[in-house]
Design a protein around this ligand. Structure first.
Ligand SMILES: [Zn+2]
Length: 187
């Protein structure tokens, strides 16, 4: 799987990327464009609204000089349109994913998104890996909450992570694979 980096002028239906990093450009193929990161500004001509690039799908680590992760072809535009328009770009600056990485990183993106929506006084969040790709059964994980609680194990047959109970909406960090195994909380 290959996902090209997004740049100024790239489109998602009627939405166009307005913002890029002056210090990172790509001119292969021409013309030269500034490369963009997540949450950079867009303009949607369908709903006539300013919006931004939001993440969808697998993504490797790494950020631009603004500290944000790179925007990639297949990310979505957040504007007034529903469903959100999907960006598409082809250029010779891309992130490459093996099938295994694609599954694991997609699961990670979905798990992080589910965790991010945990709100309310008593949270009972169960992370389910809903990738359409085969669930990475047996894949090691380690969930660390902001209060320091740790939950570790391996993804089960149903692609479920253990139910995590908290008194307040907490911040979670999910470590996967090698990173989980290396974590001091792994058991
Ligand atoms: Zn729109």
């Amino acid at each position: 799987m290959r996902r090209a980096f997004l740049g100024v002028g790239d489109r998602a239906a009627d939405a166009v990327v307005m913002e890029g990093l002056p210090d990172v450009t790509c001119s292969d193929p021409p013309p030269l464009v500034q490369i963009s990161t997540l949450y950079m500004k867009t303009w949607c001509n369908a709903c006539k609204r300013e919006g931004h690039i939001a993440p969808r799908g697998p993504r490797h680590e790494g950020t631009g000089s603004n500290g944000q992760r790179w925007a990639l072809s297949g990310d979505i535009n957040i504007c007034g349109c529903s469903p959100p328009p999907v960006f598409y770009a082809e250029r010779n600056m891309a992130m490459i994913f093996t099938e295994h990485e694609s599954t694991a990183l997609t699961a990670l993106a979905i798990a992080t998104a589910s965790i991010g929506t945990a709100t309310g006084k008593v949270c009972d969040e169960q992370v389910r890996i809903t990738s359409t790709l085969p669930a990475p059964i047996g894949y090691p994980y380690c969930i660390e909450t902001s209060s320091g609680a740790l939950h570790s194990g391996r993804v089960d047959l149903h692609g479920l992570l253990p139910r995590v109970f908290t008194d307040n909406a907490e911040t979670y960090t999910v470590h996967w694979g090698e990173e989980a195994l290396d974590h001091e909380g792994w058991k």
